[in-house]
Design a protein around this ligand. Structure first.
Ligand code: FAS
Ligand code: PHB
Length: 393
């Protein structure tokens, strides 16, 4: 398929943010071209998020990706917090007036969005190497890339940087035009995927040996995590060592329900909180992980990408359909308001549930007091629940 020489919105990155933005714009008659550095299989092979907020489900439906999600997505009405040898259920639905979350892996979200984009014949260039952004301060920016030994150029009205934390978009903004705010955590998450029966609901576990999370992708595919030191590597963690550690960190009831088995995927991800401000540089807009990173403890990463895209797509649609730039000019401030609230919640869940090396003797007592307050106060549980299902957009 020949890529046109010009488009309205050039999108860098075919992860969930780029693909969702592309879909929402194309379906409203706005031309896009997506440039992706990797192959579709590589993008699909990255195991990431698992829990969708209602806003994310709504946007995926709008993007024409609601059918399989409705059929295979698992609606969850509550989640578990385990500590001190006991499991405590947070009644998400009851505490939020009926809101829920949906368990549906990011790989499946991305697969659905890829198929939807293909079905409308929109242009996506995979394996686009050395993507460069040009003339960002002009009204006629462009992007170029290398493929098949040739440099290609695409002229556009706007560029949407949806290329993740390590992408080229944020890096193309002059240092004096952007600020970043960061907190790096002194541990990572070792994640294991296994085709074993999963638990009925997620369990977030606090234990003196470290945090653990029991999640899932389907009734027969489980996703588990344990907190590990940043110095650990995957080959230091055999399956049996992983299962032993997980079973020690969760409460006995949860441990009795866990079915172990061979891992089909095993990886370690570092944890950081990061926000770039502002999310715009003239004709370049940042969305998703290109703009912010959250520790996955609050299940916010993918969902923030969806709300960024919700705001940004509204801005582009209003620009092209109503010749009005208020929404586009307000994108950064509007998105950052929701981003920072999700950053706060993700930080709060992370500091509540993990063990921090080199902490003083006071910190673990504070954690215990906060956990005891959480399970004894409906107000505290409501605060957790309303953030977990996603704050209003
Ligand atoms: P993505 O990083 O998904 O996509 C960016 C795309 O841009 C990639 O396909 C990349 O190949 C491409 N790209 C990068 N540089 C480029 C360039 N120069 N040119 C062209 N293309 C380029 N979130 C949760 O909610 N729960 C989780 O459990 C969770 N686990 C995670 C584990 C890991 C290891 C990581 C890294 C993230 C995790 N996240 C999790 C967050 C994750 O789900 C992100 O929020 C989500 O992928 C955001 O989507 P995008 O913004 O599209 O970024
Ligand atoms: C996951 O299933 O990968 C998952 C679920 C909830 C989280 C983080 C990761 O908070």
């Amino acid at each position: 398929m020949t890529v046109p020489a010009r488009t309205q919105v050039a999108i860098i990155g075919a992860g969930p943010a780029g693909l969702l933005l592309g879909q929402l714009l194309q379906l409203r008659g706005i031309d896009t071209v997506i440039l992706e550095a990797k192959t579709p299989d590589y993008v699909l092979g990255r195991i990431r998020a698992g829990v969708l907020e209602e806003i994310t489900v709504r946007k995926l439906r709008e993007a024409g990706c609601g059918e399989r999600l409705a059929r295979e997505g698992l609606v969850h009405h509550g989640t578990g917090i385990a500590f001190g040898g006991a499991l405590h259920r947070i009644d998400i639905q009851g505490l939020t007036g009926g809101k829920v979350v949906t368990v549906y892996g990011q790989t499946e979200v991305t697969r659905d969005l890829m198929h939807a984009r293909e079905s409308i014949g929109a242009h996506t260039v995979y394996e686009a190497q050395d993507v460069q952004l040009h003339d960002l301060t002009s009204t006629t920016p462009s992007v170029s890339w290398l493929k098949d030994g040739k440099r290609h150029t695409l002229h556009c009205d706007f560029i949407a940087g949806c290329d993740g934390y390590h992408g080229i978009s944020r890096a193309s903004i002059p240092k004096d035009s952007i600020r970043s705010f960061e907190r790096v955590y002194p541990f990572g998450w070792l994640g294991v995927m296994a085709d074993v029966p999963s638990l009925p609901e997620l369990v977030y576990a606090h234990h003196e040996r470290g945090f653990a999370l029991c999640s899932l992708r389907s009734p027969t595919r489980s996703r588990y995590y344990v907190q590990v030191p940043l110095t650990d590597t995957v080959d230091q963690w055999s399956d049996s060592r992983f299962w032993d550690e997980l079973l020690q960190r969760v409460d006995p009831l949860t441990a009795s329900r866990i079915v172990t088995g061979p891992s089909i995927e095993k990886s370690i991800a570092p944890l950081r909180s990061f926000v770039a401000e502002p999310l715009r540089y003239n004709r370049l807009f940042l969305a998703g992980d290109a703009a912010h990173i959250v520790p996955p403890t609050g299940a916010k990463g993918l969902n923030l990408a969806a709300s960024d895209v919700h705001y940004l797509s509204e801005g582009f649609i209003s620009h092209y359909r109503e010749r009005c730039d208020l929404a586009l000019d307000g994108y950064s401030q509007r998105a950052l308001a929701r981003i920072w609230k999700a950053e706060r919640f993700s930080w709060w869940m992370t500091q509540l549930l993990h063990t921090f090396p080199d902490q003083d003797s006071f910190a673990p007592r504070l954690q215990q007091a906060e956990l005891q307050y959480l399970i004894s106060s409906e107000t505290a549980q409501r605060l957790l629940a309303e953030n977990y299902v996603g704050l209003p957009t």
